[in-house]
Design a protein around this ligand. Structure first.
Ligand code: PLP
Length: 379
C-alpha cells in the first residue's frame, strides 16, 4: 500500500467493530479482565491499550514504516518518556542547537536534576560532533526540520554517527511528517512527534507519538504507563480522523508555503526568509535530496524588527496570532514571545532567533488570499 492508502486503511480493525466504517470511540476507562499475565497488558486507558489506542498504533507504525508505535497525551509526554526510557543518572545526550524550546528546557533544566546532561552541536557540521561525545553519551537527539529557523540537519550522518558509537538515534519528525521524510529508512532508531501539529492537523487536540522497534516502543510504553501521559479515547478518535487526510493537507501546505516564501523573498520590506524550498536557503540541496516536500512552516524578518512585526500582525486579516502549527488556520507568531519565550535571550540570539523573527505556519486557506493579505499588510 502507498502512503495515502495506509492513512485511510492501516490499523483499522478487521472485521470492523459492529461493522462501523469509522472507528468508534471506546469511552471506557477499564475493560473486563481477560487473564493478562503482565500489568502493562491490562486494558486501561492509562496503559495506552484500549481499542482506540490500538488502531492508532497500527496506523502510525504503518506510516513511519516501523514495527510499533505509541500515542501519548502530548508531544512533550512522548519526548520525555522516550528520553527517560533510554537514560539513567550519569548518562549524556547529544543534541543540536535550535531544538524546540520545550525539549531544550527538558534537556537543560529537568533532566540535569536526575543526573542526565546534554551537549549541543551544530547539526549541519558533522566534523564537530565527535568532540562533544563522552563515554556516557547514550542518545543523539535531533529534529528533521528545526523550528523556527527551518534548518535541515545532516540526517544520514546523524544515524550513522550514532550507530557507529552505540548510541540510540532519536528524531523529532513533527515538522517533516512521514509524508515528507521517513526516518527509519535512513537508519534512525526512534521517531517522536508532536501529533498536535500536522498528524492531527486541526488545531483541536494536544497529542504525541513515538515509533520504532517493538522492544524500544515497549520500553517507552512502560515509562509512559508510569508517568501517566495517556491519550484520552476522544482525543485518539480526533487524531485518527485527522490522520486520514494527512497526505492531502501536507502536500497543499508545502506548495502554499513555497509560494508564500517566494513572494516574501521578493518583497522589499523583507530582509530574510528561512524556507528550505527556496534555492538560496543554505540547506536547499539537502532538502531536495532527502525530503519529498519542504514543509508548511517558514520564518522571516522585516527591516523594522520586532516593532514592524507587531505592526504587521495588527494589519493581517487572515492569519491568527497564536503559537502552534500544522492546522487549517494559518498561524503567525514571534517565537521570542511565544514558543521560545522560556529560553534565555542570549541563547535565543546565539541560535539566530532574533526578537523580530516571524514564524508562519501555513494553513489550508487559499494561497493567493494569504499572499494578498500579506501584500496588503506589508504595503
Ligand atoms: N516538537 C516540536 C517540533 C514542536 O514544535 C512541539 C510543540 O510546539 C513539540 C515537540 C511539543 O509538542 P506538544 O505541544 O504536543 O507537547
Amino acid at each position: 500500500m502507498r502512503v495515502e492508502t495506509k492513512l485511510v486503511h492501516a490499523g483499522e480493525p478487521r472485521p470492523r467493530h459492529e461493522r462501523a466504517v469509522a472507528m468508534p470511540i471506546y469511552q471506557s476507562s477499564t475493560f473486563e479482565y481477560a487473564g493478562q499475565a503482565d500489568y502493562h497488558d491490562l486494558q486501561y486507558i492509562r496503559l495506552n491499550n484500549t481499542p482506540n489506542h490500538a488502531a492508532l498504533h497500527g496506523k502510525l507504525a504503518a506510516l513511519e514504516g516501523t514495527e510499533a508505535a505509541l500515542v501519548a497525551s502530548s508531544g512533550m509526554a512522548a519526548i520525555s518518556s522516550t528520553l527517560l526510557s533510554l537514560l539513567a543518572a550519569g548518562d549524556h545526550v547529544l543534541a543540536h542547537d535550535g531544538l524546540y524550546g520545550g525539549t531544550f528546557d527538558l534537556l537543560t533544566q529537568d533532566l540535569p536534576r536526575l543526573g542526565i546532561t546534554a551537549s549541543f552541536v551544530d547539526a549541519a557540521r558533522p566534523e564537530t560532533w565527535a568532540a562533544a561525545v563522552t563515554p556516557r553519551t547514550r542518545v543523539f537527539y535531533v529534529e528533521t526540520l528545526t523550528n523556527p529557523l527551518i534548518q535541515l540537519v545532516a540526517l544520514d550522518d546523524v544515524a550513522r554517527f550514532a550507530r557507529e558509537r552505540g548510541m540510540v538515534s532519536v528524531i523529532d519528525n513533527t515538522l517533516a511528517t512521514p509524508i515528507n521524510f521517513r526516518p527509519v529508512e535512513h537508519g534512525f532508531d526512534l521517531i517522536v512527534h508532536s501529533a498536535t501539529k500536522y498528524l492531527n492537523g486541526h488545531n483541536d487536540i494536544v497529542a504525541g507519538a513515538v515509533a520504532g522497534s517493538v522492544a524500544r516502543v515497549t520500553a517507552v510504553k512502560h515509562k509512559l504507563d508510569h508517568l501517566g501521559g495517556a491519550l484520552d479515547p476522544h482525543a485518539c478518535f480526533l487524531l485518527h480522523r485527522g490522520l486520514k487526510t494527512l497526505a492531502v493537507r501536507v502536500r497543499y501546505q508545502c506548495q502554499s508555503a513555497l509560494e508564500i516564501a517566494s513572494f516574501l523573498a521578493r518583497h522589499p520590506r523583507v530582509v530574510q526568509v528561512h524556507y528550505p524550498g527556496l534555492e538560496r536557503h543554505p540547506h536547499h540541496a539537502r532538502a531536495r535530496q532527502w525530503l519529498a516536500g519542504t514543509g508548511g512552516m517558514l520564518s522571516f524578518e522585516l527591516d523594522g524588527g520586532a516593532a514592524a512585526a507587531d505592526q504587521l500582525f495588527g494589519r493581517l486579516t487572515i492569519p491568527l496570532c497564536a503559537p502552534s502549527l500544522g492546522g487549517p488556520e494559518t498561524l503567525i507568531t514571534r517565537p521570542a514571545t511565544t514558543s521560545h519565550a522560556g529560553m534565555a535571550p542570549e541563547i535565543r540570539r546565539r541560535q539566530g532567533i532574533t526578537d523580530g523573527l516571524i514564524r508562519l505556519s501555513v494553513g489550508l486557506e487559499s494561497t493567493q488570499d494569504l499572499i494578498d493579505d500579506l501584500a496588503a499588510a506589508l504595503g
